[in-house]
Design a protein around this ligand. Structure first.
Ligand SMILES: NC(=O)C1=CN([C@@H]2O[C@H](COP(=O)(O)OP(=O)(O)OC[C@H]3O[C@@H](n4cnc5c(N)ncnc54)[C@H](OP(=O)(O)O)[C@@H]3O)[C@@H](O)[C@H]2O)C=CC1
Ligand SMILES: O=C(O)[C@@H]1CCC=N1
Length: 271
């Protein structure tokens, strides 16, 4: 189904979703975006090929669906500025931390809100989004929010809003963990004598291959790992070094800190 979608904010995340939608042939004429500054609006229009402006209210009044994609710290002021322009539009918020009740309250309460936690691979159709809907959201509202999410990748629903913090720690922030790991592998490959280009190509193809294999065979990831590790071979040495450095515990700590930050944003910004 085609509806008019206004993105309030046209930064990294909104841009990734808009590119994903356009890639799926969603009509550019049915997507608008706003920014705070004229320079950003012009940049986004040139990059995305859609209508952009700095007029949040005009975009909201044109839209059937409003995607809130500003920083969490900007969300309350942005919503309060939009409140008079909201009647029947569906609100989708991608802001980390902030709960649907706060968003509804800032917008005037009687509002259907779907909270989404997407990630930047949405730009190339392999995003992962977690969704939660408030009780005002109808089946049709949920179906449309899901249409946006599935146009850009995988989508899962949660019934307990508190789980959005964990989703942020797994998939919302998750791409950055893999990029960090790739960065480290490329650097180490170069130290071992490869050219940067060769190290980069092999690292990226290996990440893609591992994720594709794990997704296509019905074998748990620990068994897939074991199948690479010949006894007394090379991989065993590498895995031992990761375990000696407590990589699994470090990952758990990093993700616990990430989820806690999402909760803190909610506590500080959505009182
Ligand atoms: N980046 C990511 O991987 C993910 C981000 N998110 C969430 O997405 C949201 C946006 O993050 P991200 O895209 O990274 O941030 P960016 O800083 O890249 O983009 C923020 C955008 O909001 C615009 N903006 C700021 N204030 C206003 C305003 N009052 N009215 C209209 N537009 C405004 C900015 O315009 P200008 O340039 O003019 O200031 C900019 O286009 C956050 O809430 C974040 O939690 C969720 C999942 C993943
Ligand atoms: O770092 C952030 O706060 C945002 C939310 C999830 C990914 N990026």
């Amino acid at each position: 189904m085609i509806k008019n979608i206004a993105f309030i904010g046209a930064g990294n995340m909104a841009g990734a979703i808009i590119k994903g939608l356009l890639e799926q042939n969603y009509p550019a004429a049915s997507i608008q975006a706003t920014t705070r500054t004229t320079a950003s609006a012009e940049r986004a229009a040139a990059e995305l090929g859609i209508h952009t402006s700095t007029d949040n209210r005009a975009a909201a009044e044109w839209a059937d669906v409003i995607v809130l994609a500003v920083k969490p710290q900007m969300l309350q002021a942005t919503c309060e500025g939009l409140a008079d322009s909201i009647n029947t539009q569906l609100i989708v918020s991608v802001a980390a931390g902030i709960d649907t009740a706060s968003i509804a309250r800032w917008l005037g309460n009687e509002v259907a809100v779907v909270r989404s936690m997407p990630n930047t691979p949405s730009q190339v159709g392999v995003g992962a989004s977690g969704l939660y809907a408030n009780t005002r959201a109808s089946a049709a509202d949920k179906a449309f929010a899901e249409q946006i999410a599935t146009a850009t990748g995988l989508c899962v629903w949660v019934q307990d809003e508190a789980q959005m913090h964990a989703i942020t720690a797994v998939s919302g922030s998750g791409p950055a963990y893999y990029f960090l790991f790739m960065e480290a592998m490329i650097r180490a490959g170069v130290k071992l004598g490869l050219t940067p280009d060769t190290a980069r190509q092999l690292t990226l193809q290996t990440a893609l291959g591992a994720a594709t294999l794990a997704g296509q065979v019905d074998v748990p990831v620990d068994e897939l790992k074991r199948r690479v590790m010949s006894p007394g071979g090379t991989t065993e040495r590498a895995i031992s070094a990761f375990e000696a450095g407590n990589l699994p515990q470090l990952v758990e700590q990093a993700m616990t800190d990430c989820a806690a930050r999402s909760q803190t944003l909610a506590d500080e910004l959505a009182k």
